[in-house]
Design a protein around this ligand. Structure first.
Ligand code: SAH
Ligand code: SF4
Ligand code: F3S
Length: 459
């Protein structure tokens, strides 16, 4: 373990003795992607070691953490709304307020926090999250504000404590940062350049998860198929090694980049029986013109060829995707190309986004920004197409038998259990709690747009 982390464990011990017997609580509000959720699990791990226990009610928290995202604008409004609400709580209870994550790597946001929200105690960035114990100690000891942000790429710190939110599935970050600089995207600016974890660290973490009873692993990174584990060891090799780990039953990964989908990775997906056969393949736009302006390094035709190649090589493969509508200069023709790709690929799931201008990105400086009403109109047309496809696709599941890892009780109906098909569709069914974290066969009876209903059958 690195010296910096040992030092943080010392701060954790000091805080633990300060907090002794006080029954203090923490609350974490997480925005953004699964990488941020995984970071929040590490933050929770550190806080638990300091003697805090979790509460879902921020009003009862002694320390409130906000782990932020800045990939689209609506996240900003949401955060400032939440921080505004914290003022009264701070005055009443003296709650420690700490804000971290991607948004804190943006200068104008930190300035706004300084100017308008002076009661915030700690501001930390994406490269300094591991120093949260030290930051909290400074606040507890000196009652002084702490700002801990660096703009150089952070190192990879192994050995942080972690408290996971699930008992059957776990996320494992395999790489940090991104080198792609898609022209609309803020992520490379706030997460820094690509850094891959050592393969041994990843494999050991997964082996330990398997021992703890986890059955499903999701490998995370902004561009997982450019994972670099050293000479002749890339994402394909990693998939093959994870596939060999006993007791792990399912392996998923997000997100790969279409431009980096090598034949080795395709073959690894095909050969590894535990690797899910739903591939998240972010399209962003179906127009070659727009893709060029987005700096995506593939054309509409190349994307479709890749899909065809995978369909040919990987039996039963299906796809999900991300799409942005209303990128600057997007014409009606460009948008129709997007609809065309959606029609051709028949995605299982499409995450649809309205283009959002991000300060500092090249697309924000492009002249012909698309008016809001056109963006919304296109978004609605895409949504209509996607929903009609999903509905007809869901019908294909009715009558089939799906192997499902039971994840827990259904959130909307605690009398029902829930899990997902290999293709990531949520399925709900009646069953005994003892089945949680086991794999069972479920016959699909009906479809309801965002989930399927089924009944357990004997295997
Ligand atoms: N690295 C991943 C995910 C990046 S963020 C990838 O490349 O696929 C998740 C999604 O947010 C992106 O795929 C994109 O569809 C969307 N997104 C990113 N920046 C955006 C912006 N400025 N406006 C709207 N959507 C955006
Ligand atoms: Fe953003 Fe593109 Fe990197 Fe994904 S690959 S994080 S969209 S810059
Ligand atoms: Fe958002 Fe940061 Fe993830 S900007 S999408 S939380 S990497």
């Amino acid at each position: 373990m690195k010296e910096e982390i040992k030092e943080q464990f010392n701060f954790i011990d000091k805080i633990k003795s300060i907090n002794e017997g006080k029954n203090l609580k923490y609350n974490i509000f997480t925005m953004g992607c699964q990488l941020n959720e995984n970071d929040s699990e590490k933050i929770a791990g550190m806080l638990e070691k300091m003697g805090y226990t979790v509460t879902n009610n921020v009003n009862q928290a002694d320390i409130a953490i906000f782990n932020t995202c800045c990939v689209r604008e609506n996240a900003e409004d949401k955060l400032f709304g939440k921080i505004g609400e914290m003022k009264k709580l701070k005055e009443r209870n003296g709650t420690i307020i700490a804000i971290g994550g991607c948004m804190m790597q943006e200068k104008h946001i930190v300035e706004k926090l300084h100017n308008s929200y002076p009661y915030v105690d700690i501001i930390f960035g994406t490269h300094t999250m591991h120093k949260l114990p030290e930051d909290i100690f400074k606040v507890l000891e000196n009652r002084r504000k702490v700002e801990d942000i660096i703009n150089i790429d952070g190192e990879i710190y192994e050995g942080l404590p972690i408290k996971r939110t699930d008992n059957s599935k776990a996320s494992v970050t395999i790489m940090y940062g991104c080198n792609n600089f898609c022209t609309y995207c803020i992520v490379p600016y706030v997460r820094g350049r690509e850094r891959s974890r050592k393969k041994e660290d990843i494999l050991n973490e997964i082996k330990q998860l398997a021992e703890e009873g986890y059955k499903e692993i999701t490998l995370l990174g902004q561009n997982v198929n450019s994972y670099n584990g050293g000479e002749n060891y890339g994402f394909a090799e990693l998939l093959r090694d994870v596939n060999k780990i006993d007791k792990i039953e399912k392996i998923r990964f997000i997100s790969p980049h279409p431009k980096d989908f090598s034949i080795d990775v395709i073959n690894a997906i095909k050969d590894c029986e535990k690797v899910s056969k739903i591939i998240h393949l972010p399209l962003q736009s179906g127009s070659s013109n727009v893709l060029k302006k987005m700096n995506r390094h593939y054309t509409k035709e190349q994307y479709l060829e890749l899909v065809e190649k995978m369909k040919k090589l990987i039996p039963n493969v299906v796809f999900s995707t991300d799409i942005i509508v209303g990128f600057p200069e997007e014409t009606e023709e460009d948008f129709k190309d997007t609809l065309d790709v959606v029609k051709k690929v028949e995605f299982e799931q499409v995450f649809m986004f309205i283009y959002s201008r991000r300060v500092g990105t090249p697309a924000d400086r492009m002249e012909n920004q698309i008016p809001e009403e056109i963006k919304h109109e296109r978004f609605n047309r895409l949504k209509e197409l996607v929903e009609s496809q999903i509905e007809s696709n869901n019908k294909k599941y009715i009558g089939t038998i799906q192997k499902i890892l039971v994840e827990g009780k259904s959130k909307n109906n605690s009398n029902m259990l829930t899990g997902r098909t290999d293709s990531n569709k949520v399925v709900v069914f009646e069953g005994n709690d003892e089945l949680i974290n086991t794999t069972i066969n479920v016959k699909i009876l009906s479809q309801h747009m965002w989930y399927l209903k089924g009944e357990i059958i004997d295997s």
